[in-house]
Design a protein around this ligand. Structure first.
Ligand SMILES: [Zn+2]
Length: 542
C-alpha cells in the first residue's frame, strides 16, 4: 500500500518485488536435485535460521540447513559447506534450553567425525555435550560416541579447557594434531601410527603371539599380534620370492627393542604362514613373515595398548555351501567379567548362554561344528577371539554379551551389532550412490579398518544380525512382552575386526536393568534367549 502511494506521488520508483525464497530442498532429494537449486535452497534456509535465531524454529531450520550442507560437502566439495554446516549447528546448539539444541550438538559431532573426518574434534564436541546437557537419550548417545572415538581422545588439556567453561565458544578450536590421515587416501595404518608415535622415544615389542596354529586341525588362517608398550612408527612392505627366499611381508619398526619373550625365529607352518623372523638393527627392528606363494594377508592396528595385527590366510578359493562351522564367543571371562549388576556377572551369563546355544544347535544343525572361544571362566584377548574363528575357517562368528548402562536406563532391550562404518541414513545413502555397494570407504571411524571387510561379508553380517536379532527378541518377549527392540546397529567393535566371515555381536538383554536382571537370574529366560539365538542362526543358515 505504501509503495503504491509513493509511485502515485511521482517520487522514487518502487523497487521490484523481492523474488520468493527458493523452496526448501527435501533431504531425500538432495542427492538428485539440481546442484544450483540445492545451493540456493540451503543458503536460504540457513538465512531463515539466522533470522529466527534463539527460537525452537531457528534451531530446527539450522539443523535442516546443516543436513543439506553435509550433502553439499560431497556434491560440491570445493564449496564452503562444512564450515557453514558447522556454524549453523554451533549456533543451533548454543542456547542449551532450546528444544533440539542437544541434538544439534550431536549432529555437529557426527559432522566432525564423518564429513570432516576429524574424530578428535568429534570427541570434543561429544565431550562438551556431556558437560552441558542433561537431556536423555542425547547425552547417552554422546557418551556412546566417546567410547567409539576413544582412540582419538584429545589431550587432557583440551578436555580441561571445556571443563573450565563448557558453554563458551567452539569446542574444537585449537585442536592439537589428533586428526587421522587425509580422507581421500587409501587407509594408511603406518601414517596413523607415525602421527601418534613419540619422536625419539624407545619402545619395546613386549610380545609376539601367533594364534590359530597347533590346534589339531590344520589352520586355514593364523593371526600374529605384535604388542608394544607405546605407539611406534613403522613401515609395512611385501617382497616376492627370489631364489631361496620365500615370498614375505615385513614390518620395519623404528626405535624398537625386543622384550624378553620375543624369539629370533618362530616356525609356524600353518594358515599360509611359514615362519617369523625377528632382528634388531640400526636402533630399530624388523619382523619378517615368510609366506606361502598363494597366501593372503591383511594388517591392521589397535590402540591401547598399541598392537600391530597380521592375519594370514591360505590361498585358494573360500569354501562356499552349507554352514559347517560356527564360532560362539561368550563375551569376557577370567579377570574381565564385563558388566556386573545385582550380584551377577556378564561373563558367567554369556558362557551359560553360549553353552545352551551350542546344545540347541547340535540338534538343529547336526552337520555343523560349533566351537566356543572359551569353555570356562578364562581370559581371552579380543584379538584372539576372531583369530579362533579365522583359523578354523568358520562360517559365522557370534559374540554374545549383555548390555549395561552406568545410569538407570528407561528401557533395556536387545541390540545387535555388525562391524560396519555407519548407521547414519544419510551416510548410507551417500555411500550407496558414491560407491555402489558398500559404505566402507565413507565412514571415517572404521575407514582404517575397512580394508579388512569385503562388501559381501558386510551384507552377510547384516543378514545374520537381522535373523538373530528378531528371533532373540521374539524369544525374550515370551517372558517380558515389553522387551525393547533397540535395533540392529553398526559400530566399531574390536572383537569383530579382522573376522573373515559374517560377524555379529549380540547384546542379548540389559543386565543393569532390574526387570531383565531378575529374569536373567532364572533358567527359563536364559533358555529362551538361547533358543532365540539358535533359531536366528538356523533361519540364516537355511
Ligand atoms: Zn560385554
Amino acid at each position: 500500500m505504501l509503495a503504491a502511494l509513493t509511485v502515485a506521488c511521482g517520487e522514487d520508483p518502487a523497487p521490484p518485488p523481492a523474488p520468493p525464497p527458493p523452496p526448501e530442498p527435501a533431504l531425500d532429494e538432495a542427492f538428485a536435485m539440481d546442484l544450483e537449486a540445492l545451493r540456493e535452497g540451503t543458503n536460504a534456509l540457513g538465512a531463515a535460521a539466522q533470522s529466527a535465531e534463539g527460537t525452537p524454529d531457528g534451531v530446527a531450520r539450522a539443523r535442516r540447513a546443516a543436513a543439506l550442507a553435509r550433502v553439499l560437502s560431497v556434491r560440491d566439495p570445493d564449496g564452503p559447506w562444512l564450515e557453514r554446516g558447522r556454524a549453523w549447528l554451533l549456533e543451533a546448539s548454543r542456547r542449551k534450553t532450546l528444544a533440539g539444541a542437544c541434538d544439534a550438538a550431536l549432529e555437529l559431532a557426527a559432522l566432525e567425525a564423518r564429513d570432516a573426518v576429524d574424530p578428535g574434534a568429534a570427541y570434543l564436541v561429544a565431550y562438551r555435550i556431556t558437560r552441558r546437557f542433561e537431556e536423555e537419550p542425547c547425552v547417552a548417545e554422546a557418551r556412546r560416541m566417546m567410547q567409539v572415538l576413544e582412540a582419538w581422545r584429545p589431550s587432557a588439556g583440551q578436555l580441561a579447557r571445556i571443563d573450565a567453561d563448557p558453554d563458551e565458544g567452539d569446542p574444537t578450536a585449537g585442536l592439537d594434531g589428533t586428526a587421522p590421515p587425509a580422507p581421500n587416501g587409501a587407509p594408511d595404518l603406518a601414517a596413523w601410527a607415525a602421527e601418534r608415535a613419540e619422536t625419539g622415544a624407545r619402545s619395546s615389542l613386549t610380545s609376539l603371539t601367533v594364534y590359530g596354529h597347533g590346534d589339531g586341525d590344520a589352520a586355514r588362517s593364523v593371526r600374529a599380534v605384535l604388542r608394544f608398550d607405546r605407539v611406534v612408527a613403522f613401515e609395512h612392505g611385501e617382497a616376492a620370492a627370489e631364489g631361496a627366499m620365500p615370498r614375505r611381508t615385513w614390518f620395519e619398526l623404528s626405535g624398537v627393542a625386543f622384550g624378553e619373550g620375543v624369539a629370533d625365529a618362530l616356525a609356524v607352518d600353518a594358515g599360509g604362514l611359514r615362519r617369523i623372523r625377528s632382528v634388531e638393527r640400526d636402533g630399530g627392528a624388523r619382523v619378517t613373515f615368510d609366506l606361502d606363494p598363494e597366501a593372503r594377508f591383511h594388517a591392521f592396528v589397535l590402540p591401547d595398548p598399541f598392537r600391530i595385527v597380521l592375519d594370514v590366510e591360505e590361498g585358494g578359493p573360500r569354501a562356499e555351501g552349507p554352514v559347517r562351522r560356527i564360532v560362539l564367543d561368550p563375551g569376557h571371562g577370567g579377570d574381565d567379567f564385563g558388566a556386573r549388576a545385582f550380584g551377577m556377572r556378564e561373563s558367567d551369563l554369556t558362557l551359560d548362554l553360549a553353552r545352551r546355544v551350542r546344545t540347541l544347535l547340535a540338534r538343529r544343525l547336526p552337520d555343523a561344528q560349533v566351537v566356543l572361544t572359551r569353555e570356562n571362566d578364562t581370559f581371552i584377548s579380543l584379538e584372539q577371539r576372531a583369530a579362533i574363528a579365522n583359523s578354523i575357517g568358520a562360517d559365522l562368528f557370534l559374540s554374545i554379551h549383555l548390555n549395561a548402562a552406568d545410569d538407570e536406563v528407561e528401557r533395556g532391550g536387545v541390540t545387535t551389532f555388525v562391524l560396519d562404518t555407519s548407521d547414519d541414513r544419510q551416510a548410507l545413502r551417500l555411500a550407496a550412490r558414491e560407491n555402489g555397494t558398500t559404505v566402507d570407504e565413507v565412514d571415517s571411524l572404521a575407514r582404517l579398518l575397512a580394508q579388512l571387510h569385503r562388501s559381501d561379508q558386510v551384507a552377510a553380517s547384516r543378514d545374520v544380525a537381522e535373523q538373530v536379532h528378531r528371533a532373540t527378541l521374539e524369544a525374550g518377549r515370551r517372558h517380558l512382552p515389553s522387551l525393547h527392540d533397540r535395533g540392529v546397529k553398526s559400530a566399531l567393535f574390536y572383537v569383530l575386526v579382522g573376522a573373515r566371515m559374517p560377524a555379529v555381536l549380540l547384546e542379548a538383554s540389559f543386565l543393569s536393568r532390574r526387570q531383565e536382571a531378575d529374569l536373567l537370574r532364572e533358567t527359563p529366560y536364559r533358555q529362551s534367549l538361547a533358543e532365540g539365538i539358535a533359531e536366528g542362526i538356523v533361519r540364516w543358515a537355511e
